[in-house]
Design a protein around this ligand. Sequence first.
Ligand SMILES: [Zn+2]
Length: 343
Amino acid sequence: MARFEDLLRPTPKGLYCPPGDFYIDPVRPVDRALVTHGHADHARPGNAAVLATPRTLRIMALRYGEDFAQTRQEAPWGERIDVNGVAVSFHPAGHVLGSAQILVEWNGMRIVASGDYKRSHDPTAEPFEPVPCDVFITEATFALPVFRHPDPRTEIAKLIRSTRQFPERAHLVGAYALGKAQRVIRMLREQGYDEPIYIHGALRKLCDFYEEEGIDLGELRPATIARGKDAEGEAKASFAGAVVVGPPSAFADKWARRFPDPVACFASGWMRVRGRARQRGVELPIILSDHCDWDELIETIAEISPQEVWVTHGREEALVRWCSLKGVRARPLHLVGYEDEGD
Ligand SMILES: [Zn+2]
């Protein structure tokens, strides 16, 4: 009798499937990689062959160049693809555009590697689909009962309210370049914010890609000041009351100093932790996570009702213990190298 570990097992390079001879989200270059989504800790350049959703492949090409792998193969949603006798299929994970859970089937066993996923409102990602399976591999980024994300719509409403309250100040929103930035922008539009939104140059390519894929981000303008203009003059004043979105790293450097008395905002699940907001000098924390909170995790496990749960990247122990108390066999995978690019 084959065991689940014969089908997928943790290795230093990532989750490995011996019969199919492939890795899922390998952290080091391998011959054959199946990639769940485009964040840099899951999708890395240098693999010989990559199998991923069409959108994830496009994102990898945008970030790493067209030569990010020797060969690539598209996995359309739900289509079963044979890899050395193992059937694999990709199903939406709701994390970022194109993000997938990967179902691996072999010898009557079904294992779902869900990558990063969430269940909360996000008009820029294909909604999570529960996939019946024997083993559900779940992330654990926010796997403590203290982590309860608020409704993302109220967080965006907070930002809009602040722009009205402080019309003379630019609102600098730190948001990761893939997924979070576009989600913030799209959700502002959903709530009727129709002013031009200024974006840091590092977001341009990905925002253009989301637009091409049918996600309307409204009018985006580059957050640059024309050369030769007086730093204290007209150009600087023109950002008053505006929303400026950039990668979190941009707000630490001198790029950010061009804005008049800015309101520092940061969109992240970690903004739930007051100390983190304070540490980063964030005046307006926007609690907006692309990962499940505790309730989403346990509700998803209850809904899928697998025989076993394998827990990875994050706070593994609490979720393993919760599963055990519910009579579900569970274990931590101790995979390393997933640094949480988009939280
Ligand atoms: Zn991710």
